[in-house]
Design a protein around this ligand. Structure first.
Ligand SMILES: Nc1nc2c(ncn2[C@@H]2O[C@H](COP(=O)(O)OP(=O)(O)OP(=O)(O)O)[C@@H](O)[C@H]2O)c(=O)[nH]1
Ligand SMILES: [Mg+2]
Length: 428
């Protein structure tokens, strides 16, 4: 039993308790601030995840924000239609014309919209000079040269827009500067116009089995973006003069990221700072600028890219590049205390592709046939083989364009982040 405390001692104790409480609150708040990096090679779905965060954890997209994506979608459609024209030429007009007079007429419409398909009207793959391509096989090849030049770090992509105005009779709305080039640049490269007649031709020709087969059999020669069939299916709606993209169109729109974009939002009471980077080789030299104090990495890879080649280096298989990139991230000294979440993305495309294009053709050691589970497990195993640092990896099979799926996956991601924060603070 001690002596009853003096008045001064009691006041002192109360002050000290108050300070302790403040420190505790502060450290709690600090623990709840999470820095998440979205990493992965080009077109793996990183920016699509950020769009989902806006839909799930912010206000979503209002009409004006959706209108911003119109030029990007228009360019996506015309790029894909230009590839379609090349496919038709490779198959042979006469061979396609055996389908009937109407098909012959539609082929005429398509080919006259894309008369010379050497150097873009819209930046054709394999025929343009690919910026920033480097040799494969080295760390420089996967991560780029890590230096401090030319880095832009911005906040949420949508608020950073320029005025679009009207161009060529098409109401453009505001143009995102980071997620797509400026509309004037987009349209300056685009000679073709999406008339109702062209839309009709694209709709019919893209459905011809002989055309589909040519694309499937020559993935290195004909690149069709994953959203091409979605946009082709919606072509009449997109070609309408009053077209405003809907939420799914926004999620399907493709523009390669060329800056690091930070997005802030709350996930429950976790304050999230999410960084989206450009995944192509020329972009990777910028990554190091956001490697400090990372709570979690979400590494995105596309399950469906096993038969594809890099846009920036045609000789390199996309999945092998992704494995190599994962290896250099997971074994990096930067991330010894970081939780690594692996998104095996584009499960929908993978599911459609697997029966048509055997995984074993590109990864001969795989012997599981077209069983979806076995194939996805094999790819996960390939990624785990790279994990020499033996970090805990939390894998998820995802479809980044599907809001319901991403909502579910992020409920689990939130748990992972919380558990790791508790472990880190010694509570677990
Ligand atoms: N079908 C389908 N398409 C997807 C999925 N995830 C992303 N995409 C599409 O794939 C394209 C590329 O996605 P992005 O999110 O731009 O890829 P990224 O990783 O940000 O690419 P970079 O910015 O070049 O690094 C877009 O057209 C997306 O709509 C998916 O799970 N399924
Ligand atoms: Mg991106």
């Amino acid at each position: 039993m001690g002596q009853p405390a003096s008045k001064e001692a009691r006041t002192e104790r109360a002050r000290s308790d108050a300070i302790d409480r403040t420190i505790q609150e502060d450290s709690k708040r600090f623990k709840k601030e999470c820095k998440i990096l979205l990493l992965g090679s080009g077109e793996s779905g990183k920016s699509t995840i950020v769009k989902q965060m806006k839909i799930i954890h912010q206000r979503g997209y209002d009409t004006q924000e959706r209108a911003v994506y119109r030029p990007t979608i228009y360019k996506n459609v015309l790029d894909s239609a230009a590839t379609l024209a090349r496919v038709v030429r490779r198959v042979g007009v006469e061979r396609i014309a055996t389908e009937g007079e109407e098909v012959r007429r539609l082929v005429g419409v398509l080919l006259s919209a894309f008369p010379t398909v050497t150097m873009g009207p819209v930046g054709l793959e394999g025929e343009t000079d690919i910026e920033g391509s480097t040799t494969s096989g080295s760390l420089t090849g996967t991560l780029g040269t890590l230096d401090s030049s030319g880095v832009e770090v911005g906040l949420d992509p949508v608020p950073f827009t320029r005025d679009g105005g009207y161009l060529g009779g098409m109401p453009l709305g505001r143009i995102p500067t980071t997620d797509s080039p400026h509309a004037a640049d987009v349209l300056a490269q685009t000679h073709a116009v999406l008339t109702p007649a062209l839309a009709d031709a694209i709709w019919h020709i893209s459905r011809l089995p002989v055309v589909e087969k040519m694309v499937d059999d020559h993935p290195a020669d004909f690149y069709l973006m994953d959203s091409a069939s979605y946009f082709f299916n919606s072509i009449h709606r997109i070609a309408a003069p009053t077209y405003i993209p809907n939420e799914e169109d926004v999620l399907r729109a493709r523009a390669k990221s060329t800056a690091i974009i930070e997005t802030r939002f709350f996930m429950g009471d976790l304050s999230i700072h999410m960084f989206d980077v450009g995944g192509q080789r020329s972009e990777r030299k910028k990554w190091i600028h956001c490697f400090e104090s990372v709570t979690s990495i979400i590494f995105c890879t596309a399950l469906s890219e096993y038969d594809q080649v890099l846009e920036e280096e045609k000789r390199v298989n996309r999945m092998r590049e992704s494995l190599y990139l994962f290896e250099s991230i997971i074994n990096s000294r930067w991330f010894l205390r970081t939780s690594v979440i692996l998104f095996l993305n584009k499960i929908d495309v993978f599911k459609r592709k697997l029966p048509k294009i055997p995984l074993g053709r590109y990864f001969p050691e795989y012997a599981g046939g077209n069983d979806l589970q076995k194939a996805a497990k094999y790819i996960l195993w390939k990624f785990m083989q790279e994990n020499r640092a033996k970090l805990t990896v939390y894998p998820h099979v995802t479809q980044a364009t599907n809001t319901k799926n991403i909502r579910l996956v992020f409920a689990a991601v939130k748990e992972t982040i919380l558990q790791n924060a508790l472990k880190d603070s010694g509570i677990l």
